[in-house]
Design a protein around this ligand. Structure first.
Ligand code: ADP
Ligand code: MG
Length: 482
């Protein structure tokens, strides 16, 4: 086996460098990883599929059988910057659960937060256990911040597919991203949270708004950039929301007052659950799906997001090894263990820019691989870059479909999630692909959204709180008149 990298390295992903010089050997490695390489036409076709699915999800008649659900949220507009006050927020939806305390004061935002672990047995236990645990974390947080005597409005960023029936009512449709708590699907998660808070009886917290992390990212970014109209998540899972005109939302059953628009939570991770992505799926994707907690579901998400990317790479590396094309055919228990190749390794390996392969070797050490050559490093880097490039391009397909659908001149896309944040090439790859796919002349920006799940929830909660206070006042005034 002999692979050589051409002189120029720098910060181009390995998938873009001509690293195969010797045609004799390239075939075996290339053959095994070729399915990760999609053609421009494939991406174009995928964008058309995505657009079709968006429209199907939005239509009243077609929605029941649509896989991409396009849930209208109860968030109608971006913030005007006048939001202020203290708010609690919960961020639940994947790898970390956080409780936050946020102070909004015009453009000034301060926050404190703490991550609490959700143990595996709770992630797959009962709903009551989950919400009792959450209530306990809120109690701990409030106690540590000396807030137990206060009544602070709370916003809940709950990032799983939900049908919203009000700003603080969200019915969970199905668990994703490794969660599977009994008795929650089909229920209002805010009611379950309030019941758990009541069971404790030692905190005075009311949840005024429940939002998705995509909406959080959008709102948080729109706080300083009025062009922001898409919120995108590339973390444990992937999803996006955008601002849609009410006239395009067949599903809409609210009022048609100004602003005649609403944020739509696409839940695009479910694209492909009807088989429409089968033409690009690889054997590695099928394996990942088969061994997941939700087989047959979230197919697009499984080809893109952080919960699955490392595992796709691991399966490909294992296959190469078994064919004697990596590590002299000798692996390790770690490399053979499902889930043991973390997605952060992909970022680390792809961050190596010279032939010392410092990070790559470090990863190999962590995987207890005993014998590896520089060529093994090159191949691993190549595999990582193929998988991450495909992920970035697939995510771009969704963003480009939204941009083309919205047809606005300038759009800022707020992006949150560790995959986007830490992968060395994800941003650049996405800009390149989106540019290829959008209508000519359309301008867009991808902007990292900082702490959208906290700040976004606080902003939406602030608006809900203001509305509620003014309603209370007007009831009070009416009361006086009578
Ligand atoms: P969440 O989506 O739960 O809000 P994050 O945005 O932090 O959380 O995303 C967590 C996911 O990001 C995990 O699947 C993890 O594998 C992945 N991840 C963490 N660090 C990195 C990294 N350095 N590079 C790429 N992916 C990462
Ligand atoms: Mg998050």
């Amino acid at each position: 086996m002999s692979l050589e990298k051409k002189g120029s390295k720098g910060n181009k992903p390995a998938s873009k460098r001509d690293i195969f010089k010797k045609p004799v050997d390239k075939h075996s490695v290339e053959n095994l990883v070729r399915p990760f390489i999609l053609k421009d036409e494939d991406y174009k076709r995928l964008m058309d599929i995505m657009l079709g699915e968006f429209n199907k999800g939005l239509g009243k008649e077609t929605n029941p059988t649509a896989k991409v659900k396009m849930y209208p949220t109860y968030v109608r507009d971006v913030p005007d910057g006048s939001e202020n006050g203290n708010f609690l927020a919960l961020d639940l939806g994947g790898t970390n659960f956080r409780v936050l305390l946020i102070n909004l004061n015009g453009q000034e935002v301060t926050m404190e937060s703490k991550i609490y672990l959700i143990p595996q047995h709770i992630m797959t236990g009962t709903g009551e256990q989950l919400f009792d645990h959450i209530a306990e974390c809120i109690h701990k947080f409030m106690s540590n911040h000396d807030l137990l005597k206060e009544k602070i409005p709370l916003g809940f960023t709950f990032s799983f597919p939900c049908k919203q029936i009000g700003l603080n009512h969200a019915i969970l449709t199905q668990w994703t991203k490794g969660f599977k708590c009994e008795g929650v699907e089909g229920e209002d998660v805010v009611r379950l949270l309030h019941e758990a808070i009541k069971r404790r009886g030692d905190i005075d917290v009311e949840c005024l708004a429940v939002i998705n992390d995509t909406v959080g990212a959008l709102m948080s970014c729109a706080h300083s950039d009025r062009d922001c109209a898409i919120g995108l998540i590339l973390g444990t899972g992937t999803n996006a929301c955008y601002i849609e005109k009410l006239e395009n939302v067949g599903l809409w059953d609210g009022d048609y007052n100004e602003p005649k628009q609403v944020m739509i939570n696409t839940e695009w991770g479910a694209l492909g659950d009807d088989g429409c992505l089968d033409f690009v799926k690889t054997e590695y994707d099928r394996q990942v799906d088969k061994h997941s907690i939700n087989p047959g579901r979230q197919i697009y998400e499984k080809m893109i997001s952080g919960m699955y990317m490392g595992e796709i790479v691991r399966l490909a590396l294992e296959k190469l090894r078994k064919h004697g094309l990596l590590f002299g055919g000798k692996g390790s228990e770690e490399l053979s263990t499902r889930g043991r190749f973390y997605t952060k390794y992909v970022s680390e390996i792809e961050s190596d820019v010279d032939d010392h392969f410092k990070n790559t070797k470090q990863v190999f050490e962590e995987l207890a691989l005993e014998k590896y050559s520089d060529e093994d490093c090159r191949i691993a880097q190549y595999v990582c870059s193929l998988v991450s490039t495909r992920a970035a391009f697939l995510a771009s397909v969704g963003v480009a479909a939204l941009l083309n659908k919205m047809d606005r001149q300038d759009v800022t896309v707020a992006v949150d999630g560790s995959l986007y944040r830490f992968h060395p090439h994800f941003h650049d790859l996405m800009v390149e692909k989106i540019q290829q796919l959008v209508k000519p002349g359309m301008k867009f920006k991808l902007m990292l959204s900082h702490d959208g799940s906290g700040k976004g929830a606080a902003i939406v909660t602030a608006v809900a709180n203001r509305l509620r206070e003014s309603e209370k006042e007007s009831i009070g005034e009416n009361g006086l008149e009578n």
